[in-house]
Ligand binder design. Structure first.
Ligand code: FAD
Length: 359
C-alpha cells in the first residue's frame, strides 16, 4: 500500500490513523486546528463503541477519563419521574479527553497541525495544502467533519439541511453536582415538547449539561455571545425543577457552545476515485442517535480491514461502503424518529424512550 493522506484529526481521523499505524501502513494526517485546541464537549458511547475503542487504546486509560452510566431517568420539567431504565455499558467521556487519548497513538512526525486542506478549483479531484501544493498521496481518507468542504465539492448536487433542533452544551467543574448525579443520566422534558435538559457526570468533579431546543420555537442567533446564551438559559429554565434551574444559574459559562445540527437529505457515495469519506464527513448523524463516535470508529475499522485485505483500492472502498451504508441508514431513520418524538408534546411521546439509536 502506498502513501495515504488523512484529512482531519477528529475521532474518525485519529482512529483510522491508529489502525493504519497498527498495520504499519504509510500515512500522514493534516489537521486544521492547533495541536492543543481541543474544543468540544462530550460523547455517549454504547457498548459497541467501547469495544471498538478498546482495540486501539488501553481500556484502563480510557475508563479513567470518563464515567459509566448506570441508570437513565426521564423527568418532566417539573421533576416528576416519567420512566427509569438501567443502562449497561454506556460510557460518557469528554471530546477533548478522547482526542487526547487517540492522539497518543500517532507519532508526532505523522501529523501536521494548522494545515487546512481544500479542493482545488482548477484540477478536478485534487486536494491542496495552504501553500498551494497538492497532497502527494495515492489515496486520501477524508475525515473533516459534517460540513466537509471536500465532500461538498466532490458531490456538488448534495442537499445539506439544517435539522429542527439546536443544542446548547456546557461543561462545568463542580464536585457537589457530580456527587448528586452519581452515575445517573438525568434528562428533563418540557411537557409541550421541543425542549429538554440533560445532565451527566464526566468525572468526580466535572459535569456535562446540554439543552436540546426546537429551533422554530426557540430562536437563537448563530452569533449569540456567551453572555446572551447564559441569559437565554436563565430565562427558559427559570421555572423548571430546582435541580435544573439551580445548575443553569450556578454554572460557569466559559465553555458554553451553541450547536447547529445538519444532515444530508440523501447520503452521497462514500468514495470517488482515490478519495474516501469516513465519520461525519461521509454521514452526518444527528445527536439524538448518540452514534456519531461509534460510527466513526466502525468506519475506521472496516475501511482498514478492506484496505489491508483487498487487491485494489476501489474494491476496498466498494466493500467498505456496502458494509457501512445500510447501518448508517438505520441510524439516520432512528434519528429522525427520535427528532419527531422530541418535537411532540410529552403526552404524545413514546414512554421510556432512550436517547440512543440501536441498529
Ligand atoms: C470542535 C468540535 C467540537 C465537537 N464537540 C462535540 C460535542 O461536544 N459533542 C458531540 O456529540 N459531538 C461533538 N462534535 C462532533 C463529533 O466530534 C463528531 O460527530 C464525531 O466525533 C465524529 O467525528 P469526525 O472525526 O468524523 O468529525 P469531527 O469531530 O467534526 O472532526 C473533523 C476534524 O477535521 C478538521 N478539519 C475540518 N476541515 C478541515 C480541513 N479542510 N483540513 C484539515 N482539517 C480539517 C477539524 O478541525 C476536526 O478536527 C464536535 C466536533 C468538532 C469539530
Amino acid at each position: 500500500m502506498n502513501k495515504i493522506a488523512v484529512v482531519g484529526a477528529g475521532i474518525s481521523g485519529l482512529s483510522i490513523a491508529s489502525y493504519l499505524e497498527k498495520h504499519q501502513l504509510d500515512y500522514h494526517i493534516y489537521e486544521r486546528r492547533k495541536k492543543d485546541d481541543l474544543t468540544g464537549h462530550g460523547f455517549l458511547l454504547p457498548k459497541e463503541g467501547i469495544e471498538y475503542l478498546s482495540q486501539i487504546v488501553d481500556p484502563s486509560e480510557l475508563f479513567k477519563q470518563g464515567n459509566f452510566l448506570k441508570k437513565y431517568i426521564r423527568y418532566s420539567h417539573k421533576g416528576k419521574i416519567l420512566a427509569e431504565k438501567d443502562l449497561q455499558d454506556v460510557f460518557v467521556i469528554s471530546r477533548s479527553s478522547l482526542i487526547h487519548i487517540l492522539a497518543r497513538n500517532i507519532p508526532p512526525e505523522k501529523i501536521t497541525y494548522e494545515e487546512t486542506v481544500t479542493p482545488c478549483a482548477t484540477q478536478k479531484g485534487k486536494l491542496k495544502k495552504q501553500d498551494g501544493t497538492y497532497l502527494d498521496s495515492d489515496l486520501t481518507i477524508v475525515s473533516d467533519g459534517s460540513k466537509s468542504r471536500i465532500r461538498r465539492e466532490t458531490f456538488k448536487d448534495e442537499t445539506m439541511k439544517t435539522v429542527q433542533e439546536n443544542e446548547i452544551v456546557n461543561i462545568i467543574h463542580c464536585k457537589d453536582i457530580a456527587a448528586r448525579l452519581e452515575s445517573n443520566f438525568m434528562k428533563y422534558h418540557h411537557e409541550d415538547g421541543g425542549l429538554t435538559f440533560g445532565i451527566l457526570k464526566l468525572s468526580e468533579d466535572t459535569v456535562l449539561w446540554y439543552s436540546q431546543l426546537d429551533n422554530q420555537k426557540y430562536k437563537i442567533s448563530e452569533k449569540s455571545s456567551v453572555e446572551s446564551l447564559r441569559n437565554y438559559m436563565f430565562d427558559i429554565f427559570d421555572d423548571w425543577d430546582p435541580m435544573v434551574s439551580s445548575i443553569v444559574k450556578g454554572s460557569n459559562y466559559e465553555n458554553v457552545h451553541l450547536w447547529r445540527v445538519y444532515e444530508l437529505e440523501t447520503l452521497n457515495p462514500f468514495y470517488k476515485d482515490n478519495i474516501v469519506f469516513i465519520g461525519d464527513a461521509a454521514h452526518p448523524l444527528i445527536p439524538f442517535t448518540s452514534q456519531g463516535v461509534t460510527s466513526a470508529l466502525k468506519d475506521s475499522y472496516t475501511l482498514t480491514q478492506y484496505l489491508t485485505s483487498e487487491e485494489n483500492m476501489t474494491d476496498a472502498f466498494r466493500k467498505y461502503e456496502a458494509e457501512r451504508k445500510p447501518e448508517i441508514e438505520i441510524h439516520i431513520r432512528n434519528g429522525r424518529i427520535l427528532l419527531d418524538q422530541f418535537l411532540k408534546p410529552l403526552d404524545q411521546q413514546t414512554e421510556n424512550i432512550l436517547p440512543i439509536s440501536y441498529k
